[in-house]
Design a protein around this ligand. Structure first.
Ligand code: AMP
Ligand code: GLY
Length: 405
């Protein structure tokens, strides 16, 4: 089979690596890719955003419609693209989630009264995509009123905040569950926890993700069984009932509230850096499973997961997630043998040197029979790599170690 992976992050390098290990992989392309994917595949210079709805585009084209495709169409993508749509969807299908109400400029007064009488903290979410910045948690009703006005009246997030979902704050521990669907059946992938903040002990600005760990010890068998019954089944059935032929990954952000799962959000893709940990634990031929998703034969596919722990530490450019420099030479990657180094923001120089080319530069994944061992492997790998102004969090997985004590 010839395969094209779209994207250029650590997630795509992890997909490409796993796919390249399949005996059925003939030729592998990554568009646009990075210095890491160049070593295992052919990078092609196409921007992922060249057309917005790839699934629908392929289906409409006579020559392309037989290409097997993993990824939802525009209707399925609304689960991530509109918080209002996804909340309505969850409510229609009985998926547990925080209670919420949606407001627009026309219902501003009602919204201000609603937040005034709402218990704090209050969560305000821009309906549309806002580069991960559209969720604001207000500790006081006063702040919530101001925020609601900024979003609806001052268009703080542009068109994305022309609708605002106001919801109850959920207390608990967060984790993510990943599902691959073929439109009718599904496979549950290993769960993961990510580390979003730039600073240690979860301080400072939000980032795309500074680390991940899988499995998550507090996601017990009993809890995951509840996730399947109360969240995954109604979600997959709901998509089917609404005529949405969902072939692809669904990333479900969950709050574990006293042992009960509540959905915080859906994403219509895998997470980065969660993918680097999650795929590292998949023992089966990933290409077989992807084919099953694309052609509706997932039920026939075997799927086995390693019991090992995988931890991922993301190495970033100094300054990220604010301004940072590019073009720094990275050294030491070739000495890492205890962990897998996934490239994210990297580029090959004409002389063949690996240079930084983004905020999140590398993701280093260590595996082990215990959390300690996995972390030791990941951090030993990290310690061998250097560039000017490199930064990473030293506390990835510490919370899990403390929980296990
Ligand atoms: P999202 O953009 O939906 O991923 O939200 C960003 C983050 O905000 C989540 O990962 C949670 O940590 C937090 N969050 C969102 N909604 C809630 C909620 N209802 N209760 C508590 N925290 C929330
Ligand atoms: N790591 C979070 C995400 O990929 O959205």
């Amino acid at each position: 089979m010839n395969i094209l992976v779209l994207g250029s992050g650590g997630r795509e390098h992890a997909f490409a690596l796993k796919i390249s290990q399949s005996p059925r992989c003939k030729k592998l392309f990554v568009a646009p890719g990075n210095a890491g994917t160049a070593a295992i595949a052919e990078n092609v210079n196409i921007k992922v955003t060249d057309f917005q709805t790839i699934g629908d585009y392929f289906e409409k084209d006579d020559q392309l419609k037989n290409v097997l495709l993993v990824g939802p169409g525009a209707n399925g993508a609304q689960l991530e693209g509109s918080k209002d749509f996804s909340k309505d969807f969850m409510n229609r299908h009985g998926v547990p989630t925080a209670k919420s109400k949606t407001f627009t400029i026309d219902t501003l007064e009602e919204g201000l009264n609603y937040v005034s009488s709402h218990p704090t903290p209050i969560v305000l979410k821009a309906d549309g995509l806002a580069a991960g910045k559209g969720v604001i948690i207000s500790e006081t009703a006063e702040h919530a009123r101001e925020t609601l006005k900024e979003m609806l009246v001052d268009a703080k997030f542009g068109e994305a905040s022309s609708r605002v979902v106001v919801e109850q704050f959920l207390h608990g521990i967060e984790l993510s569950v990943f599902v691959l669907s073929d439109g009718s059946d599904y496979k549950i992938l290993p769960e993961a926890k990510d580390y979003k903040r730039i600073g240690e002990k979860d301080t400072g600005l939000n980032t795309g993700g500074m680390g991940a760990i899988s499995p998550v010890p507090f996601a017990t068998k009993e809890f995951l069984a509840k996730v399947e019954e109360k969240v995954i089944k109604p979600t997959i059935n709901g998509l089917k009932q609404e005529g949405i032929d969902y072939k692809g990954f669904l990333f479900i952000g969950l709050m574990n509230m006293e042992g009960e799962p509540f959905v915080i959000e859906y994403n219509v893709r895998m997470g980065d850096p969660e993918t680097q940990s999650v795929l590292s634990r998949i023992d089966s031929d990933l290409l077989e499973i992807l084919e099953g998703s694309a052609n509706g034969t997932l039920k026939e596919k075997t799927f086995s997961v390693s019991s090992q722990t995988a931890t991922t530490v993301v190495m970033v450019a100094g300054g990220y997630p604010e301004a940072y420099e590019k073009g720094k030479e990275i050294t030491g990657i070739e000495h890492v043998n205890e962990a897998t180094v996934f490239h994210a923001g990297t580029q090959l120089s004409p002389a063949g040197k690996v240079l930084t080319n983004g905020g999140r530069v590398l993701a280093v994944t260590g595996m082990g029979t215990s959390v300690e061992k996995a972390l030791e492997n990941a951090y030993n790998g990290v310690s061998k790599i250097a560039w000017q102004d490199q930064y990473h969090r030293r506390d990835i997985g510490q919370d899990i170690l403390n929980l296990l004590k």
